[in-house]
Design a binder for this molecule. Structure first.
Ligand SMILES: [Zn+2]
Length: 441
């Protein structure tokens, strides 16, 4: 690739990442990648201890074979001989961000969606791979996919694991299982057909089961607050998933459907648009999770909907849903419901001058969380949600080296997340603006 093409590519990528001129991505040729370094030492860093919010100043992080082996003040951490030393210039290190509501193949109503109407599986796979790469470069090192089609997500997960494609760690729910006419593609009716659909997804490699127990904003039929599944259907579906050790999450905006599914032990709700205080108290009591995706209904998303050519009826539905959604989020935070950060937009999608992932965290603070709680909702809490505690979500020995660097302390101001300038996953540096480095493939 000659320089001019490389530059055009990087500028295009910067636009795709929603990076503003003030923090434009590098335009010089990248330095050599670090994929082959077994031992890396990040020095001259401030490491945010994500549980306490304290920071270890002037710290060194030692990484060996993709895992963190030592963290502490530089005076007490020895840099192993032969390590590749990467001075961080006083930047602030936090665990890589985790986004729990992602569709890499997302298609919404509107002009952009219409263009993709006849997309082949091969085209979809390539588009999803591009979205995976942009997500990682935006600082998101783990995602939970909650509804893809045609099994492309399983293939993409394998390709990323093999290093054929750049992207975040993937946990996936496969296809969304719904009763006929529901908010998803894999339709099944009656307990046995639903049980079959659940087993099919698990057989293909699903880490979660995603169902839709109420309508969606994009649906043109049925009420968003209805609860269309029968007790038999819901209880059997959840039971079958749990017997396989697989948790269940539901697209849900309906109080009635929430109450019904909590009774049968559902693990998590997405969106929760119209959930009541009683629903949220029940969730708190049962330890159920909420993935708010608040960015999709708040004013910051307006530009996005215009960009993709969303029809007026859709915008009106977003606005009216947004008011309940916001109040619900404030109540959930006040009650201390388990919240895992998720966006339902591409993790890198421009939103309110930053990415959807960062905007989501900022809105949590606006709705009542401390900056530290908002950070935890996208790191330690999401690790707990995924049952990956001890693996990701902290900068501690024994954890995968998934690390993001910022220009300032995010526990003082969550908007520090806007200044992501370094991304490491599994010990490999994929982006370092201070060295004009961006991984290409
Ligand atoms: Zn979604």
């Amino acid at each position: 690739m000659n320089f001019r093409i490389l530059r055009r590519w990087i500028v295009g990528l910067a636009a795709g990442l929603g990076v503003s001129g003030a923090q434009a991505l590098p335009t010089a040729a990248p330095v050599a990648p670090t994929h082959t370094d077994a031992v890396v030492a990040l020095t001259d860093a401030n490491v945010v201890a994500i549980d306490s919010g304290e920071a270890v100043r002037n710290a060194t992080v030692v990484i060996r074979d993709g895992k963190i082996v030592d963290v502490g003040p530089s005076v007490s951490v020895a840099v192993p001989e032969g390590a590749r030393v990467v001075p961080m210039g006083g930047r602030w290190l936090i665990p890589g961000l985790m986004n729990m509501h992602v569709h890499f193949g997302l298609i919404l109503p509107g002009a952009q969606g219409a263009e993709l109407a006849n997309e082949t599986p091969a085209e979809e796979a390539l588009r999803m791979a591009a979205n995976a790469r942009k997500s990682l470069l935006a600082g998101v090192t783990t995602v939970r996919l909650v509804g893809e089609t045609r099994g492309v997500d399983f293939g993409l997960r394998r390709a990323i694991q093999k290093g054929e494609v750049i992207g975040p760690r993937i946990k996936t729910a496969g296809e969304i299982i719904v009763p006929t006419g529901g908010h998803g593609y894999l339709e099944a009716d009656g307990p046995y057909a639903l049980a079959h659909a659940v087993r099919e997804q698990i057989k293909q490699g699903a880490d979660w089961i995603k169902i839709a127990i109420s309508g969606g904003i994009a649906d043109t039929h049925g009420a968003i607050a209805a609860a269309p599944m029968t007790d038999d259907e819901l209880s059997t579906l959840i039971d079958v998933a749990h017997r396989n050790g697989i948790p269940v999450t539901a697209h849900n905006g309906s109080p009635e459907a929430a109450q019904q599914s909590l009774e049968y032990g559902i693990d998590c709700f997405e969106h929760g648009y119209h959930l009541t205080e009683a629903n949220l108290k029940e969730m708190k009591a049962k330890g159920a999770w909420l993935v708010p995706t608040i960015v999709v209904t708040q004013p910051g998303a307006r530009e996005f909907y215009k960009k993709i050519g969303s029809p007026d009826w859709y915008l009106a539905r977003v606005d009216s849903t947004g008011k309940d959604h916001w109040k619900m989020l404030q109540t959930a935070i006040r009650l201390g419901v388990n919240i895992g950060l998720g966006t339902d937009q591409f993790p890198f999608e421009p939103n309110d001058g930053t990415t959807a992932t960062v905007a989501e965290a900022e809105l949590y603070v606006k709705a009542g969380m401390t900056p530290l709680q908002a950070l935890q909702s996208g790191t330690t809490q999401t690790a707990r949600l995924l049952k990956m505690e001890g693996e990701v979500g902290r900068i501690q020995p024994g954890y995968f080296a998934d690390i993001v660097a910022l220009e300032s302390d995010p526990t003082r101001d969550i908007s520090a997340l806007r200044s992501i300038s370094f991304v490491m996953k599994n010990g490999v540096i994929y982006r370092d603006d201070s060295r004009n480095y961006l991984a290409q493939f």
